[in-house]
Design a protein around this ligand. Structure first.
Ligand SMILES: *[C@@H]1O[C@H](CO)[C@@H](O)[C@H](O)[C@H]1NC(C)=O
Ligand SMILES: *[C@@H]1O[C@H](CO)[C@@H](O)[C@H](O)[C@H]1NC(C)=O
Ligand SMILES: *[C@@H]1O[C@H](CO)[C@@H](O)[C@H](O)[C@H]1NC(C)=O
Length: 344
């Protein structure tokens, strides 16, 4: 009974707020309303009304993009406004990505005939695999406003191999990498996963998230983590997956979660909310994620399962399914161009 009364009330109220205005005015009003709702949902507070006005303009542009995108019947994925929807593309790129590829690495790492790697002879990859089901994936983390995707991507891969090799799933410390992995890596200003693995090898381990929690900013490397006493997990090395080769990538992911570089720029990637992503993006690598599985949809579309570090309000509870086995060797959004995995 109460719910019926509520329903009627809701219908009356919604018809009152949307009934009268002209079409253009209606959109204005609803974009304003949606901005207000969005602000409270994501706890956004602005300094003053002029900031609010300028942020609203950006929000409206993102909202329009999302709404017109979702009206296209011919799409395999959906978008939604999220915590990034009042940011310009430039702001988003600077704060939430953070992959920097060392010069020459994209060409030299695995070029030419040297395609040898540990998982090269894997023959059974199966139809689908989800490392979450195997208990090898910690819950989705949030890098916040710090371009250290490289640390989150590396940690997720180390968490995976540690569970697979040692049987224990531990949440490990991105902050330790942020503070202490400083050869090439540059904290919130960007870095690369391979250098993070090199740090863990030299340091003889990495400690837990609890022991060295995430601060969203680079700090001084804590000396207590520099001893192997505090190491919760260790790796003996790492390897690069032969580049531009989704088949090689599949072999690697069938054995463990794999750190990959990707092109995450673009309004669609930023506001992806579900389905199998198949563009828009280029292959300019600017972000890092971890592939934690693969499979095929009911409609027969093959996908990779990506774990991101943008919290659980982005994508499918923090994950993205993205098209696998595309026509270009680089993979969708360049995800097969540069991939690494740590060794137990
Ligand atoms: C839908 O997508 C397919 C494949 O990309 C394309 O060939 C087709 O023209 C599209 N249809 C519409 C209505 O946009
Ligand atoms: C490799 O990276 C350099 C510098 O970022 C870029 O100019 C070049 O086009 C890249 N090479 C390939 C094969 O993508
Ligand atoms: C894969 O098989 C080939 C041929 O038997 C062998 O030469 C190579 O060493 C194997 N690779 C690994 C990593 O075991």
């Amino acid at each position: 009974m109460a719910s019926i009364v509520f329903l009627i009330l809701a219908i009356v109220l919604s018809s009152r707020t949307s009934g009268t205005t002209s079409r253009g005015g209606l959109f204005e009003a609803s974009a304003t309303d949606k901005h207000e709702q969005w602000m409270s949902r994501f706890n956004r507070v602005y300094y003053d009304s002029s900031e609010k006005t300028s942020r609203f303009k950006i929000f409206k542009k993102n909202l329009e993009f999302v709404e017109s995108f979702n009206m296209n019947a011919n799409i395999t994925y959906k978008l939604d406004v999220n915590q990034f929807s009042d940011l310009t593309d430039e702001e988003f790129r600077a704060r939430y990505m953070g992959l920097v590829v060392p010069e020459g690495m994209n060409e030299t790492s695995t070029s030419g005939s040297d395609k040898s790697f540990r998982h090269e002879n894997v023959s059974e990859t199966g139809e689908d695999l989800d490392w979450r089901r195997e208990g090898a994936v910690t819950s989705v983390k949030d890098q916040g406003q710090c371009g250290c995707c490289w640390a989150f991507s590396a940690v997720a891969a180390v968490e995976g191999i540690t569970k697979i090799a040692k049987g224990e799933l531990l949440s490990l410390s991105e902050q330790q990498l942020l503070d202490c992995s400083r050869d090439f890596n540059n904290g919130c200003a960007g870095g690369i996963m391979s250098k993070a693995f090199e740090y863990i090898i030299v340091n003889q381990g990495i400690t837990t998230e609890d022991n060295y929690p995430y601060q969203e900013t680079q700090q001084t490397c804590s000396s207590t983590t520099q001893t192997s006493d505090s190491a919760a997990a260790t790796i003996s090395g790492y390897e690069t997956v032969p580049n531009d080769d989704e088949e090689a990538l599949l072999k690697a992911v069938s054995q463990q979660p794999v750190s990959v570089a990707i092109d995450a720029s673009g309004l669609a990637f930023k506001q992806y909310s579900g389905g199998i992503y198949n563009g828009d993006c280029g292959t300019h690598l600017n972000h890092a994620v971890t592939i934690v599985g693969y499979g095929m949809s009911e409609k027969g579309t093959k996908y990779w399962l990506l774990k991101n570090s943008w919290g659980q309000t982005w994508g499918e509870n923090g994950y993205m399914r993205i098209k696998r086995d595309v026509d270009t060797p680089q993979g969708m959004c360049g995800l097969a161009r540069l991939a690494f995995y740590p060794l137990a």
